[in-house]
Design a protein around this ligand. Structure first.
Ligand code: PMP
Length: 355
């Protein structure tokens, strides 16, 4: 007797790989280093008393979509919510990808983009970024002309490089007939987001994807959303499970939005800390890519990167090791943490790579 085989192709999927190693300073997964404010937790506890857990949640997610629409300056019909931006992406690929359809992905980028595409049976067309990990109008236009993808995937700022996609690259993508997905998980750390630079009249094929996992300090909640044209949202609703967003998640999202001021203050502090880390790294034997996100990509220039990663871990500082990944040869990525955590990272890095 053997267990039945899964559908063809499933065993070739890589799955999500991010080792959970024990360390006292964890700067490996781009979360907020601080918990949401006490006032939020208090309000959520009180809200639990009012939620009818024996009833299904609001299937249309009306209140949360209205609040998000208000925040984004769009209509509620232009908002789609799901359990984390990964699930938003999965819904987009279910609706616009699938067998016989393709997505153009510029590598290196967030590994889940191609993984979700494959899970949904979407053909992945890989294109290369320039040596500096950036995109240009020419790179995007040429790849679209030769492959005619149904979906173009951008990530701004891009994970793990930290670079914002140039406006010309975005415009070149929007100039095609593809649906253009811009993953803006780190958008609030950047100098602009897609909706800041694309006129409302040019947004028929633009989908921006956001998350509560980073700036809103709610990675454990699992809440993300897309800002998309209403017809796209209607199609996403066709592939989403009924009642997929729990009453608790919906209420928690609404309550989180009441703390906009605290969120903005958190973003500001993290950006200042990012600058401080970059300044401290500048004289060290590492190449640093300028980041517009809450993490920094760097490459040791004199030592073996795996040894540097281990040296940091020996000092109980965990960063993300990309050194064996294609196109990211020798690269490590550190998440901006609390001032104390960042200090621990800087001290450890100085010790490991030498002053
Ligand atoms: N997009 C990018 C670029 C990310 O880095 C991440 C998280 N690592 C996600 C999406 C997924 O975020 P969420 O927690 O909202 O699913």
């Amino acid at each position: 007797m053997s267990t039945p085989a899964p559908r063809p192709g499933l065993s070739s999927l890589a799955g999500y790989y991010s080792p959970q190693v024990t360390a006292s300073v964890r700067l490996n997964s781009n979360e907020s280093p601080v918990a949401p404010p006490d006032s939020f937790v208090e309000k959520l506890k009180n809200a639990l008393d009012q939620i009818s857990l024996h009833r299904y949640p609001d299937r249309q997610v009306n209140a949360l979509r209205e609040a998000l629409a208000d925040r984004e300056g769009v209509l509620p019909s232009e908002i789609f919510c799901a359990n984390g931006s990964d699930e938003v992406l999965q819904s987009l690929f279910l609706a616009y990808g699938g067998p016989g359809r393709s997505v153009l992905i510029f590598e290196p980028t967030y590994a889940l983009h191609s993984e979700i595409a494959r899970i949904t049976g979407t053909q992945v067309i890989t294109a290369e970024r320039s040596d500096g990990f950036t995109l240009s109008e020419e790179i995007v236009s040429a790849a679209i002309t030769s492959h005619q993808p149904d979906i173009v995937m951008l990530c701004s700022p891009n994970n793990p490089t930290g670079l914002t996609e140039p406006v010309e690259a975005l415009r070149a993508a929007l100039d095609s007939s593809a649906l253009v997905l811009v993953d803006e998980a780190y958008g609030q750390f950047a100098s602009y987001r897609a909706h800041d630079v694309v006129d409302p009249t040019d947004r028929e094929r633009l989908v921006a994807i956001h998350t509560f996992s980073k700036t809103w300090a709610l990675a454990g909640l699992r809440l993300g959303y897309a800002v998309a044209p209403s017809p796209v949202v209607e199609n996403l609703e066709l592939v989403a499970m009924p009642y997929h967003l729990s009453s608790i998640t919906q209420r928690a999202g609404l309550l989180a939005l009441e703390g906009q001021g605290e969120m903005e203050a958190r973003v500001l502090t993290l950006k200042e800390e990012r600058q401080r880390i970059e300044d401290a790294m500048a004289p060290l034997a590492v190449k640093v890519w300028p980041s517009e996100a809450n993490f920094i990509l760097f490459r040791p220039t004199t030592l073996v990167s795996n040894d540097v990663w281990q040296g940091l871990l020996d000092r109980s500082v965990l960063v993300r090791n990309f050194s064996d990944w294609p196109r990211l040869d020798g690269c490590l990525r550190v998440t901006v943490g609390t001032p104390e955590e960042n200090e621990a990272f800087i001290t450890a890095l100085r010790e490991v790579v030498g002053q």
